[in-house]
Design a protein around this ligand. Structure first.
Ligand code: NA7
Length: 540
């Protein structure tokens, strides 16, 4: 024992291996950052990834039904024209294995793996005020020293497994959707319980229902979901996309949410009721996120306008679900449509017409205990063979705060963010020089098409690092006043949105004790990018 301690101490005394940039994470953000810093800027890069493969979100979320909610042909990298021309997406909303395959293809195509150490969690990072470098430690005790530390840890990566009494005594199979086993779970002949009706639960329900003997969905809050209308691409669709790619990618950078579409500028109140109904019906038939912004411009801010769209969806639920009691239970009444992240689905509501699917209201009758053989609510006991937690994430800050990060003067990030995250543009944090957060809180991030937001951030950071190098600078940090002004602006504009008043992961309400604040920037890409450009143009 004494020897082990001595050896460990000796390791600590060894010099940390010097590199230019440490990148944490190998999902969309980490992969592009490796390419940008290493191949385009010639820097020495070391990336670390907890998983034993690349892909981030698309590595971890292997649950049945996992699909992207943004369309494939723009939920991808735009930085390399040949990559976009060579890769073939099979259809509109790809499933997890296809996106994981794409990200592995990117890793191979650009030989990124040699700069990425897999199966390695970064546990600690400390900024040295004397050298202006970050000392980074991994779970294996490895130490590196880097001028720049890039967090590419993802917005939705820290799985939330609620502390429900008795959880560890369950003798069946228990699994969180974001930690799904690579070999999958065989549901045949099994009684399955599913907790959670966010995007994940809504995607998983129809698929599990089609495989299991019986599925019980435990619902705390009903959710609005719009049909995805997934469809395979015909060769002519793919050819048309590839022909238009330059324009598609240009539009993703200019539109408010990173899609190649622009919202309609029309108020719900300016349209007579029958015409409104026709517009909503058309959007319902078309499917996807467009329902939120493709018909009217006021659903996210005007409660009366929102209620019209919300009631339209409730009527769809009532028309789809045969049992009226179940239908009413599925109808959300406590939050406006889109104020929680709106899911899109394939056959969710219709699943409740199956004989082998039940819906249980755990808002009225909360879960009291998980038992060895199932689960007990305040009303009833359920025998289960498999219990699936589709309970989401400690979003936006969870993954970063799992790392013990000490900035200038030994200040800990966990203390700095005790009352909620405050950043400058979601890119930097005052007191934490040379640390950059890709799609950090305070940036549009999860309210946009993520690869677009990621490329923008990585490019901004790379330009900043280039400026520093070209000008012989070693330390860059957001000033406290700039950060305060930005964080106040983020809070001010969020206060006018319906999102601010709903309990969702957008505001941290899904994690007990987490300070409540709208984490993403709600002002849209154009305004946000303009502010980022102003910072670049500023010369003191
Ligand atoms: P979400 O959207 O956070 O949904 C989690 C669901 O789990 C939601 O229905 C929660 O109910 C429910 N939940 C969470 N904790 C509990 C406890 N303790 N007991 C019962 N039910 C609970 O996560 P998803 O994984 O579906 O989606 C996350 C994002 O990934 C998604 O928005 C996309 O961006 C991709 P609640 O609504 O809090 O009452």
């Amino acid at each position: 024992m004494a020897k082990t301690v001595e050896t460990h101490e000796a390791d600590r005394d060894e010099q940390a291996r010097p590199v230019d940039v440490v990148i944490i994470g190998a999902g969309f953000a980490g992969l592009y950052a490796v390419y940008r810093f290493r191949d385009q800027m010639g820097l020495e890069v070391q990336a670390y990834e907890t998983g034993d493969g690349v892909g981030g979100t698309w590595y971890w979320n292997r649950y049945p039904g996992a699909r992207c909610d943004s369309e494939s042909f723009y939920y991808c990298f735009s930085f390399d024209r040949e990559l976009a021309q060579d890769w073939e997406w099979s259809g509109k909303y790809p499933e997890q294995p296809e996106i994981e395959g794409y990200l592995n293809h990117v890793a191979d195509r650009f030989a990124l793996r040699r700069s990425i150490q897999l199966s390695t969690r970064v546990t600690r990072a400390r900024f040295d005020d004397a050298t202006h470098r970050w000392e980074v430690e991994t779970e294996h005790g490895e130490r590196v020293s880097a001028r720049y530390l890039i967090s590419a840890v993802g917005c939705l990566s820290a799985a939330n497994l609620p502390e429900i009494s008795g959880r560890d005594q369950f003798e069946g199979e228990l699994c969180h959707t974001a930690r799904w086993p690579k070999d999958g779970i065989d549901f045949s002949g099994k009684r399955v319980g599913l907790i959670g009706t966010g995007s994940t639960g809504i995607q998983a329900t129809p698929v599990i229902a089609s495989q299991a003997d019986h599925l019980t969905v435990f619902q705390r809050t009903p959710n609005f979901t719009v049909p995805a209308r997934h469809a395979a691409f015909a060769p002519e669709d793919q050819a048309a996309i590839k022909r238009d790619y330059d324009d598609i990618f240009k539009r993703t950078r200019e539109s408010p949410a990173g899609f190649p579409y622009f919202p309609i500028d029309r108020s719900t109140h300016d349209v007579p009721p029958e015409e409104r109904e026709t517009i909503l019906e058309g959007l319902w038939e078309e499917g996807g996120f467009k329902f939120l912004w493709g018909g009217f411009n006021d659903l996210t801010r005007d409660p009366a306008a929102n209620e019209i769209a919300s009631e339209f969806i409730r009527n769809k639920i009532r028309a789809t679900v045969e049992d009226p009691e179940t239908a009413e239970l599925l109808c959300p009444t406590c939050h406006p449509y889109g104020s929680k992240r709106p899911p899109i689905d394939t056959d969710y509501y219709v699943s409740f017409n199956r004989d082998n699917v039940d819906l249980v209201d755990i808002k009225t009758h909360p879960i009291e205990e998980i038992t060895a053989t199932g689960l007990r609510t305040a009303q009833e006991e359920y025998d289960l063979d498999v219990l699936v937690f589709a309970t989401g994430f400690d979003a936006m800050t969870g993954s970063l705060l799992k790392i013990d990060i000490e900035g200038s003067g030994g200040v800990r990030l966990a203390d700095t963010w005790r009352d909620g995250p405050r950043t400058f543009l979601g890119l930097q944090i005052a007191g934490f020089p040379n640390l950059f957060t890709v799609t950090g809180p305070g940036s549009p991030s999860v309210l946009t098409n993520m690869p677009v937001a990621i490329e923008h951030h990585v490019n901004w950071i790379a330009d900043c690092v280039k400026y520093m190098t070209d000008n012989g600078q070693t330390c860059v940090e957001a000033t406290q006043s700039a950060q305060d002004a930005w964080a106040d602006h983020v809070a001010d504009i969020a206060a006018g949105s319906l999102m601010a008043s709903s309990n969702s992961w957008y505001v941290g309400a899904n994690i007990p004790g987490k300070p409540r604040a709208v984490a993403p920037y709600t002002g849209g890409q154009p305004q946000y990018r303009a502010r980022c450009d102003e910072v670049v143009a500023f010369r003191p």
